[in-house]
Each structure stands twice: as C-alpha cells, then as structure tokens.
Design a protein around this ligand. Structure first.
Ligand SMILES: C[S@@+](CC[C@H](N)C(=O)[O-])C[C@H]1O[C@@H](n2cnc3c(N)ncnc32)[C@H](O)[C@@H]1O
Length: 324
C-alpha cells in the first residue's frame, strides 16, 4: 500500500530511518517532513511503535500542484470516503496553489452520492500536502500517540541525569529492525532503553557494573509494568550469552565513565554476543568506523543526534561482518 508519513521535524534523517527500519523498507521518498513509499500491509499494525512519526496516511495520488484540481475531479471519492468527510489543505508553499480548502472539498462533494461534511470529527479526513513541486492527496489512517513525556527521566522512580530521553531510546530500539526476541543493554544504567524495549514486547536483559544503578533500573522497569526482565550486576565485558539485539548508550564523560575496558574492547566483544543487530550511542568524537572495521563489524548506518550544547551523540547501527 502506498503510504505517506508525516515525520517529526526533530531529526528528519533519524525519523525516516526509524520508520524505514520498522517497515523493513529500502526505498522511499522524502520531501521535507513527508515520507512516501510502498509499505507492507503489516506495517500499520506496528506504526504505534514509532517515536518520530506523527501521522500515517494512505497516499491516494500525487501530482504537480497545478494539476490538483483536475486530479481531484477525477478521483473516485465514493470508494474511499466514509459517511462524512473533511478536506484539509496543508500548504507548505501557499503560492503554489490557487484553490482554497473549500474549493478542493467541493471536488470531493460533487463525486459523492450522499455527501456530508463534518469538520470536527469526520469519518474520512482527506489531507492535501503541497510542496514546491508536488501535491500529495492522502487519507488519514492513524495518528501516532505516545506518552513518552510521562516516562522522561525526571518522572521515573529511579532517576539518573545521564539517562536517555524515551524518544531517543525508542528510536534506537526501532533502528534494530526487530519486533520480537531479546534486547540486551550491557550498560543499562537506570533502564531508559530497557523500558522502551520492554514496553514493545521484547525480552529485556540488562547489565550494569553499578549495583545502585541496577536497583533504580529494577524500580523503573517495575513502575512501567515491564515483565520478565533479567538484570545482572556485572561488567559489560563479562557478557558471554548471545542476544538478538544489543542496544546501548555507552558511558562517557564525568558522570558515567566506561569502567574496566575501552570502546575498542567492547566492540571486539560484540561479534561473539550478537545475533542480529546492534544499535549503539557513542560520543561524537569516537572514530567509530575504524573501530568497527577492526572488530569485524559492519556499520549499516549512522546518525548524529544533538542532545544539548556540549554533547552530540553518534548513533550507529552495526552488524557482524565487514562486507558492504
Ligand atoms: C550512559 S549510562 C547508561 C544510561 C542508561 N541508558 C539509562 O537510561 O540510565 C552508562 C552506564 O554504564 C555503566 N557502566 C560503566 N562501565 C561499565 C561496565 N564496564 N560494564 C557495565 N556497566 C558499566 C555505568 O554504571 C552507567 O550506569
């Protein structure tokens, strides 16, 4: 099915990669915040997992902005509209269009047998996005609602200033491309990543060298109702079992130092404990590609994420093997 996703504007590259990962999509189009592509039908049932997608639409057609009236006149609206409808014009560059929202709604109205407009709560909401070169005519399928703010570090029973915001934690889990199996965070701290993975139904496993952090992690996982988790008060360098996905925000800086080893040492360990994919956050200045190659890992993609003034994170998606 051809879908259009309205992405959050926070970090478009990351937002598109997250959606593509959850959808298992290789090719897609991106026009500002609009992502279009042929999605498999199962994607809709998974779209609630997304952190950086706001709304999901069925893409009815796209055309040049100048051709919108013609295309709307011809479109078989009777087939897609429910009992009532509304049309919304999302005009990114208003100069490109000479029709008002009302005039565009008129084209739908005239093609329906018993047209009913409901601006407050329509059964079918037709949204038209206009970019400089294209008009996208869509039907709203779902809005992605998530209560990430309710899980932000300051509101958790076990607080740590170095814990990741749940939006980024969720994006990292989604970049793994998995929807079931085990997620291990070998530097789990207070559990920011494990909470999100647990709420998505993964079996979660955490290691942390600090018993104090692990107690907070337990309190947090219980607080958010994550079941069946396993936590080990041990060093990441002692992990010996294999996990489907390894998702972790590696220690850095004064508050949270990497103890008992190095980034290179940890990457060297990964091929032995990873079944499918790892998604790791590092400080921006780490020479990640070089370290990964030496460890026998392939960097599938990487992103920069600006957390606050003094700190940017490099988020990398890794697989075993060095090929392209
Ligand atoms: C950046 S914090 C992780 C934050 C975590 N994602 C959260 O939401 O709280 C890094 C954690 O790594 C732990 N750590 C440092 N060295 C470690 C090691 N060798 N093995 C396991 N944990 C380690 C620290 O105790 C700290 O809790």
């Amino acid at each position: 099915m051809r879908l259009l996703l309205l992405l959050s504007s926070e970090n478009l590259k990351l937002a598109a990669a997250e959606a593509a990962s959850v959808a298992g999509l290789k090719n897609y189009g991106l026009a500002g915040r609009l992502m279009t592509g042929r999605f498999v039908s199962g994607f809709l049932a998974k779209s609630w997992r997304l952190a950086l997608t706001r709304r999901v639409f069925r893409l009815l057609f796209s055309c040049r902005p100048s051709g919108i009236a013609q295309s709307m006149k011809k479109y078989p609206w009777q087939r897609v509209c429910g009992k009532s409808f509304a049309v919304r014009l999302r005009n990114h560059s208003a100069r490109a269009l000479k029709y008002s929202e009302k005039e565009l709604a008129g084209f739908v109205w005239r093609r329906l047998r018993r047209p009913v407009v409901n601006l407050e709560n329509p059964d079918s909401l037709v949204e038209i996005f206009i970019t400089r070169n294209q008009a996208f005519c869509c039907l709203l399928l779902s809005e992605v609602h998530n209560d990430f703010e309710a899980r932000r570090p300051a509101l958790r029973p076990g607080f740590s200033p170095s814990s990741m915001h749940p939006v980024l934690a969720r994006v990292m889990v989604n970049l793994s491309g998995g929807s079931k199996g085990s997620v291990c965070d070998p530097f789990c701290g207070t559990g920011g990543i494990l909470i999100e993975a647990g709420l998505m139904g993964f079996g979660v496993v955490g290691y942390d060298i600090s018993g104090r952090e692990l107690d907070k992690c337990k309190a947090n996982l219980d607080h958010y109702g994550v079941k069946g988790y396993r936590l080990f008060a041990d060093s990441a360098f002692a992990v010996r079992r294999k996990y489907d996905y390894i998702v972790s925000d590696l220690p850095y800086g004064r508050n949270s130092q990497l103890k008992g080893g190095s980034y290179a040492g940890f990457l060297g360990l990964l091929p032995g404990i990873l079944r499918k994919r790892a998604v790791l956050a590092f400080p921006q200045n780490v020479r990640l590609r070089q370290l990964a190659r030496r460890a026998g890992l392939k960097v599938e993609c990487e992103f920069l994420h600006y957390s606050h003034k003094s700190l940017s994170k490099r988020i990398v998606v890794l697989r075993r093997g060095t090929g392209h």
